[in-house]
Ligand binder design. Structure first.
Ligand code: URA
Length: 273
C-alpha cells in the first residue's frame, strides 16, 4: 500500500472516489456509486488533510472599510426610524464591513479581539458557512484559518474548489464566543442579519452549512445534524446543503465519508443549477 492509500484508509476514504470521464461524470466510489458529480475526483488533496499549508488570503477589507466609516456612521444615525435589520439589508459591501467591524450589538464583542467578517470571492457561486471564529480566527481576522480551516481547505480541494476562487467563507457569528462555546440564541439573532446581507450581496448558487449551528440558524429551526444532512434544503431560494463541521470531523474522522457524500450532493446540485 502506498502512502496515499494509507492516508485515505486512515481517513476512511479508501477506495478512492474517481471521476468517470465524460457524460457528466459519476463518482466511482462504491459507497457513492449512485451519485453523479461533475469535474471532481477524490483528492490527492485529501492526502494532506492534516498537513496542508494555510492558503487563506487576508481580506483586503481594512482600507476600504476605513474609508467607508464616514459613509456608514451618518447612515446609521439618520436611520433611527428603520429597524436594524432593515438598515443592514440595504448596506453595500464597504458599509456592511464597516458596520460589522464596529459592531458592539451583543456581548460577544467585549470578549474578542476583532470581528471576523468573512473572506473570499464576493461574487462566488459557493458559500460555506461555519459557526463562529475560534482562537486562530480571532487572532487573524479571517474565518477557518486554524486546524478546522486546514481540513476545510482540503474539503474544498476535494471538489476542485479553492478558498477565494469562486468560494466565499463566512460564519454565523462574527465574534469569537468565549472559550469556543457555541453562540447563544440572542447572539445568533443579533448577528444573523449580517450574514443575510452577505448572502444577498454575494448571491451564491449554493450554500454549504458546516455544522449544526450554521444549519439551524439558516433554516430557522432546530434539528439534529444527522437528520438534516444528505438532503437538499432551501435558504431563500438558494440550494442549501448541510454537512458536518470540520472541527467535528477532526474529532470524529469516521464521519468524513458522510461529509464526502454531502459534498458530492452539493456538486451534483450545482451541476443542475
Ligand atoms: N469554526 C468555525 O465555525 N468558524 C471558523 O471560522 C473557525 C472555526
Amino acid at each position: 500500500m502506498n502512502r496515499e492509500e494509507a492516508v485515505l484508509r486512515e481517513l476512511n476514504l479508501y477506495p478512492l472516489w474517481r471521476l468517470r470521464e465524460g457524460n457528466g461524470g459519476a463518482i466511482g466510489h462504491p459507497a457513492a456509486h449512485q451519485r453523479h458529480a461533475g469535474d471532481i475526483q477524490s483528492p490527492a488533496a485529501l492526502e494532506s488533510l492534516s498537513q496542508s499549508p494555510l492558503r487563506g488570503q487576508r481580506d483586503t477589507v481594512a482600507s476600504t472599510a476605513v474609508q467607508a466609516v464616514e459613509i456608514v456612521e451618518p447612515k446609521v444615525e439618520t436611520a433611527s426610524n428603520k429597524s436594524r435589520e432593515q438598515l443592514i439589508s440595504e448596506l453595500n459591501w464597504p458599509e456592511l464591513k464597516a458596520m460589522v467591524r464596529d459592531c458592539t450589538a451583543c456581548k460577544l464583542r467585549a470578549g474578542c479581539t476583532q470581528t471576523v467578517f468573512g473572506t473570499g470571492d464576493e461574487k462566488a457561486d459557493w458559500l460555506f458557512v461555519g459557526e463562529g471564529p475560534g482562537a486562530d480566527e480571532d487572532a487573524q481576522g479571517e474565518p477557518f484559518v486554524g486546524q478546522a480551516g486546514k481540513l476545510l481547505d482540503n474539503m474544498l480541494a476535494a471538489i476542485k474548489l479553492k478558498r477565494g476562487n469562486n468560494v466565499y467563507i463566512a460564519n454565523i457569528v462574527k465574534c469569537r464566543p468565549p472559550g469556543n462555546r457555541a453562540p447563544e440564541a440572542d447572539e445568533i439573532a443579533t448577528c444573523l442579519p449580517y450574514l443575510q446581507r452577505q448572502i444577498a450581496l454575494i448571491q451564491p448558487k449554493i450554500i454549504v452549512a458546516l455544522g449544526k449551528t450554521a444549519a439551524t440558524s439558516l433554516l430557522g429551526r432546530d434539528a439534529t445534524l444527522g437528520s438534516l444532512r444528505s438532503k437538499l434544503h432551501d435558504y431563500r431560494g438558494i440550494p442549501l446543503i448541510i454537512t458536518y463541521h470540520p472541527a467535528y470531523l477532526l474529532r470524529s474522522p469516521m464521519e468524513k465519508a458522510k461529509t464526502w457524500q454531502d459534498l458530492c450532493l452539493a456538486v451534483e446540485t450545482m451541476q443542475k443549477a
